[in-house]
Design a protein around this ligand. Structure first.
Ligand SMILES: Nc1nc2c(c(=O)[nH]1)N[C@H]1C(S)=C(S)[C@@H](COP(=O)(O)O)O[C@H]1N2
Ligand SMILES: [Mo]
Length: 327
């Protein structure tokens, strides 16, 4: 998502951090050990964590809830992206402008984590992430993800429909949009000391988009809590939109009558708009959107309108020839 100069995301995937080695080992330990061996697991995690500074040993209190039952309604037309690729090639400007931010992201404290819901709602609410998960209908979904930079992945996300959260919030009748605000912690997120970006990360949806069945709040991926670099403990998955709409590290949702201005839109509104629905027919001003590169295999495949999710969302947009819905 570069704006002015060429940035570090041009590095090859194989040059990205070997975090998956560490993760693979941790996964094995978790699976094999179970609760009785939790202290041993902790010890191992400490040891593993010591390999990279800032990687603190933390056992996610929600870990026991996983895996969630898969909702078979959402089918893929492609292989799942290998976990090691989806969790090591990341876009998270709070932690740097390269795709190699795994290590930096480990500094983010994800417990306790409160979500605040406010603005035009019946009852403003602040709720702890683990309490929220107890109240939400948890499930797993396989979704495609298409970054505006023309790379893509296919991920088993765990979470709950955003519509369930909207129902909990009870929006006022004149609320029209949701504004999602991510964390603001410049003391742990080095990228937030970069004054040129209008932190915190902000994105928005119309109420109709937010209550569309596809809009999904993510807490986990690959059958376990999401790693920090992928947006733990709470992010969005909006598979019909370019990836920048799917905010990570969400702390606040504001119901409003005004269309929110996203961080990228604020910086470069001619290139990154509010709707940002995937459409190969509308090129980005600086590159084509006709095809995408799959993380993992590196294969190039044609991009589909609404990223292939037209049957779910096309009715939300009155004109598929109007660029304003597609950047
Ligand atoms: N808070 C925050 N959320 C974010 C971003 C970001 O920089 N900060 N990048 C976005 C972009 S451009 C993409 S493609 C996805 C990447 O998610 P991933 O790292 O899990 O692949 O996160 C989106 N959400
Ligand atoms: Mo992206």
């Amino acid at each position: 998502m570069w704006i002015r100069k060429r940035r570090g995301w041009e590095i090859s995937e194989s040059a990205a951090t070997p975090e998956h080695v560490f993760r693979g080992r941790r996964r094995f330990l978790r699976g094999a050990a179970g609760l009785a061996l939790a202290p041993a697991l902790l010890a191992c995690e400490k040891e593993a964590g010591a390999q990279g500074d800032g990687e603190l040993a933390e056992v996610d209190p929600s870990a026991g809830l996983y895996p969630f039952e898969r909702n078979a309604r959402y089918e893929l037309d492609r292989e799942l992206t290998p976990e090691a690729d989806a969790t090591s090639y990341n876009n998270y400007y709070e932690f740097g402008t390269s795709k190699n931010i795994v290590k930096a992201a480990q500094k983010l404290p994800i417990r306790p984590w409160a979500l605040t819901i406010e603005g035009m709602v019946e009852q403003p609410l602040t709720i702890d992430i683990d309490d929220l998960m107890k109240r939400m209908p948890l499930e797993e979904r396989l979704y495609r993800h298409r970054c505006v930079e023309a790379w893509a992945m296919a991920v088993p996300w765990s979470g709950f429909p955003l519509a369930a959260l909207v129902e909990l919030a009870k929006p006022a009748s004149d609320a029209k949009f949701l504004r999602f605000e991510s964390f603001l912690m410049p003391e742990v997120a080095d990228g937030q000391s970069e004054p040129w970006y209008p932190w915190p990360y902000v994105e928005g949806l119309t109420l109709a988009e937010a209550t569309n069945e596809l809009a999904f709040m993510v807490t986990g991926m690959y059958g376990k809590p999401a790693p920090k670099q992928n947006g733990a403990p709470l992010r969005l998955a909006l598979p019909w939109k370019y990836g920048f709409k799917s905010s990570k590290g969400i702390q606040r949702i504001v119901f409003t009558a005004e269309q929110p201005v996203g961080l990228w839109q604020a910086i470069q509104g001619s290139e990154y708009g509010f709707y940002a629905n995937v459409n190969p027919a509308f090129a980005h001003p600086r590159w084509s959107q006709e095809s995408e590169r799959l993380l993992g295999s590196g294969d190039r495949v044609p991009t589909q309108i609404y990223n292939g999710y037209g049957e779910f969302v096309a009715q939300l947009y009155p004109d598929q020839n109007d660029r304003r819905y597609f950047y």
